[in-house]
Design a protein around this ligand. Sequence first.
Ligand SMILES: Cc1cc2nc3c(=O)[nH]c(=O)nc-3n(C[C@H](O)[C@H](O)[C@H](O)COP(=O)(O)OP(=O)(O)OC[C@H]3O[C@@H](n4cnc5c(N)ncnc54)[C@H](O)[C@@H]3O)c2cc1C
Length: 256
Amino acid sequence: MKHTELCKLISRSEPIPGIFDFTIESENIAKEAQCGQFLHINCGESTFLRRPISICDAYDGKVRFIFEVKGAGTRELSKKQTGDMIDVMGPLGHGFEIKDNVKNPVVIGGGIGVFPLYKLAKELHGRADVFLGFRSKDRVVMESEFESVSNMVITGTDDGSYGYSGYIASAMEQYLNFHDCTMIYSCGPMPMLKAVKKIAEERGIPCQISLEQRMGCGIGACLVCSCETVNGGADKYAKVCTNGPVFYSEEVTLND
Ligand SMILES: Cc1cc2nc3c(=O)[nH]c(=O)nc-3n(C[C@H](O)[C@H](O)[C@H](O)COP(=O)(O)OP(=O)(O)OC[C@H]3O[C@@H](n4cnc5c(N)ncnc54)[C@H](O)[C@@H]3O)c2cc1C
C-alpha cells in the first residue's frame, strides 16, 4: 500500500559534491518498503511533478534515500535542512525478488544506480558478490557500506583512477568465467544495463534490472515512463512505475 506523508528530514549529508544522503522519518513507509522500490517526492515549488528516488534503506521507522542533483527538482530538494518536512509518496513500484534458493547472487551497480542495491545487498545476508562502477575515484560512494554487508566488493572506475580499470560489467564478465551465479541484480546507466543483460543472457543466468526512466505520475496513470517489452500487441509496453522499476532482463527491450 502506498502512503502520501509529510515526513521529517532527520539526517542530511553530502558525501561527495552534488550527491545528497537523506534520512526521513516514516513508520508506514519503513515497514512496507521492499528493496528496489522507490519514493515519489515533491521537491518543492519549482517543480510541479514529483521526482522518483529509490529507497536505499529502510529500518526502525526511518527511510534513507540518496540522490544526485540533476536539475531544478533535485536542486530544490538538496536545499532541505534537518527538521524540514518533505512530502513523500511511497513505497512505489515492483522491487527486486529475492528467492531463497538463490546461489552466489551477483549485484552490479553503476553511478547513482548503486543506491537501490544497498537494501538488496543487506537482505542477501552477506551472500552477495558486489560490483560497483563509477566514472572516477572522486565519484566513488558507499563502497565501505557495501563491504560491510556483502561477501565481496569489487569497485571500478571508467578512467582507471581507482580499483578495477574499465567498465564494471567487464569485471563482472571476467568473474563469471570462474564463478557460479544463479541470479544477477543490476541498476545503472543504460549502456551498463545493456552489457549486463547481454552477459547474463549469453550465460543463461536470470537477471533482474532496475530501470530509471523519466517518470510522470508514478502510479501508472500517465504512461510517461513506458518501456518496450519483448511482447507484442497490448503487452508491447510496460510502465516502469508500476510494472517496474525492476524487470527480468528477458522481459524488456533496452532502448537509449
Ligand atoms: C524508479 C527511479 C528511481 C530513481 N532513483 C534515483 C536515486 O536513487 N538517486 C538519484 O540520484 N536519481 C534517481 N533517479 C533519477 C531521478 O529521478 C532524476 O535524476 C530526477 O527526477 C531529475 O529531476 P530534476 O528535477 O532534478 O531534473 P530535471 O530537470 O527533470 O532533469 C535534469 C536532467 O536529468 C535528466 N533526467 C531526468 N530524469 C531522469 C531519469 N529518470 N533518468 C535519467 N535522466 C533523467 C533529464 O533528461 C535532464 O537532462 C531515479 C529515477 C527513477 C525512475
